[in-house]
Design a protein around this ligand. Sequence first.
Ligand code: NAD
Length: 356
Amino acid sequence: MNYKIAVLPGDGIGPEVIEQTLLVLEKVGQKFGHSFQCQKLLAGGCAIDATGSPLPEETLEACKKSDAVLLGAVGGPKWDNLPGDKRPEAGLLGLRGGLGLFANLRPALLNKELRDACPLRPDIIGESLDIMVVRELTGGIYFGARGKRDGKMGQEAYDTETYSVGEVERIARLAFEIARQRSKKVTSVDKANVLESSRLWREVVTRVARDYPDITLEHMYVDNAAMQLVRNPKQFDVIVTTNMFGDILSDEASMITGSIGMLPSASLGEGAFGLYEPIHGSAPDIAGQDKANPLATILSAAMMLRYTMKLEEEARAIEAAVNQVLEEGYRTGDIMSPGKKLVGTSEMGRLVVERI
Ligand code: NAD
């Protein structure tokens, strides 16, 4: 098969981790008989320097015409003093909005080889951890009505949490579909004891669940979920939740793994289209030094193969290669521990390619 990928290397370590990821994709293409046409485009600080805009029209248009978007990272001190809407990060928001990406998938995966990086006790975490946080991305309080007005105790400000049946239904369906490919359990997180929008959320998720009798659904209040994530994270498989709760819980879940250079993410829209990127930023402190860990971006490409291209075997081949490299003791600086073999960005990429 032939696939078109819009590649946005971005700034800082972005181009370095993307370079290794493209080599991995090339190898997967050779091995499994696919062609990945990768078009490199400007986004973020480098786009500001070249065109004055963090998200040039040409980039957005090319992304829309692709099967998927692969992004490195954007931003850096050079552009920190620009006004909010002119900053590299504004390009990212424009991209997510412009592409209609309503779901954010954040796996919190703790590889057993990296157990020592986990801040939780070994008896809590066991051998490894694998949670998928599915966050609604285009609704809720971040997009609801907001403003300022006079109140009894002086000026007040408000933000509004709004969810429609349609918005909840589509994110719930996605979560159940994902759970089908995993351990078949969904935890829906809300605050239905207080919020009207959460009561609607719970009602709709419960109704959608009837179409997925093979999946176990449980509901949990967000305060309890935050606590359970550190008390007994292994009880979770797929967590589906609102924009704000997901923002907070996905960061909490990913930090349990302790290694930012290892974590991929996906943002999905209608159909199979998606944007795939590591959760880390552009790491200006190590940019251009062959020190960045490319595995989060390489694992993001594996998510792209799984969710957009439906190439499960190919996705697993990448994940298995990453596991093997870690089992053999190779580490970039961010995940280094005594007795392991320190390698740079390009060597880590080469090792993964070799093992596919
Ligand atoms: P960061 O994730 O870039 O870096 C935090 C720390 O983690 C740094 O010490 C860095 O060296 C390290 N690190 C991150 N990724 C690594 C990797 N792959 N391998 C090894 N070490 C890694 O976060 P920050 O320093 O807060 O932000 C730097 C810039 O990135 C800022 O301009 C910020 O706005 C931007 N940013 C962009 C994105 C994105 O593009 N999606 C996300 C977060 C931050």
